[in-house]
Design a protein around this ligand. Structure first.
Ligand code: HPA
Length: 277
């Protein structure tokens, strides 16, 4: 079955399950699920129930879509995302974004855990992604093209929506939440980087590094779904003073910073609800 037909079937299944026109769709990064405690959950739909949806593999990821409300907005939350390093194709990794778009989502918010390369980025910092560098060895749009996907060669001059970036910045300032800005490089993983690789990433202009987000953002741009993304800095990747780090430490730091991230997301959703009402 071709991609448009699979998107169609998965979307219809979700509509029949009660999901309709999310005001916002949210992809939660690793260890960043505190948001789920701050929303009114209407439905939890396991990925395994959704036709053609990839199945979650990593043990710390739960694989389910959460349909919820906050501040009068309908939101669709992906609890558990797919990574290239798990063996999925980038077409699979980004499949949920096509469904969010087909459901009529109006804003995509992505979070991720990232290593901080720029010197001022510290563990626990929240960083709004301004731009990215795709170092994954693939692109989710590679392969035969169907006009129903969107453009063959989508423009990527402004991949992160300016209006929603400003909304997040203004809400952060009002709430007293420090929100830095930076450029995110996506790498394949799953090994972390060597000191020489961090030096290289710094040289090419990356402020932080992680293993996700970029495929979803590329597809969001193709389908013209406005998107924003926020990194939580989980480890400091200074090539001259690099300390060994484990995935357990990365997840523990993500959990600590998750409270602030959740506060920012909730306040931003309320702000947007006010603007749209
Ligand atoms: N690289 C280094 N540190 C990280 C990463 C990464 O991809 N993700 C979270 N911390």
């Amino acid at each position: 079955m071709n991609l448009p037909a699979r998107v169609h079937e998965a979307t219809n299944f979700l509509i029949q399950s009660g999901v309709h026109r999310p005001d916002a769709a949210i992809i939660l990064g690793s260890g960043l699920d505190a948001l789920l405690l701050q929303v009114q959950v209407l439905q939890q739909i396991p990925y395994s129930a959704i036709p053609h949806f990839p199945q979650a593999t990593v043990s710390f990821h739960k694989g389910e879509l959460v349909w919820a409300t906050v501040g009068g907005l309908n939101i669709l939350i992906m609890h558990g995302r797919f990574h290239y390093y798990e063996g999925y194709s980038l077409q699979e990794v980004s499949f949920p974004v096509r469904i969010m778009h087909a459901l009529g989502a109006r804003w995509l918010i992505i979070s991720n855990a990232a290593g901080g390369i720029r010197r001022d980025l510290r563990k626990g910092d929240l960083v709004l992604i301004e731009d990215h560098i795709n170092l994954l060895p693939d692109n989710p749009l590679r392969g035969p093209h169907d006009p129903s996907y969107g453009e063959r060669f989508p423009d990527m001059s402004r991949p992160y929506d300016a209006h929603f970036r400003n909304l997040l910045k203004n809400v952060a300032a009002r709430e007293g939440i420090e929100l830095k800005s930076g450029i995110y490089a996506a790498v394949m993983g799953p090994s972390l980087e060597t000191r020489a690789e961090y030096r290289y990433l710094r040289t090419i202009g990356a402020d932080m590094v992680g293993m996700s987000t970029v495929p979803e953002v590329i597809v969001a741009n193709q389908v013209k779904l406005p998107c924003t993304a926020i990194s939580v800095i989980t480890d400091e990747c200074d090539p001259d003073h690099l300390m060994p780090v484990s995935v357990e430490e990365i997840l523990a730091t993500a959990q600590q910073a998750d409270q602030q991230l959740t506060r920012l997301m909730i306040a931003s959703l309320h702000q947007w609800a006010e603007l749209t009402s």
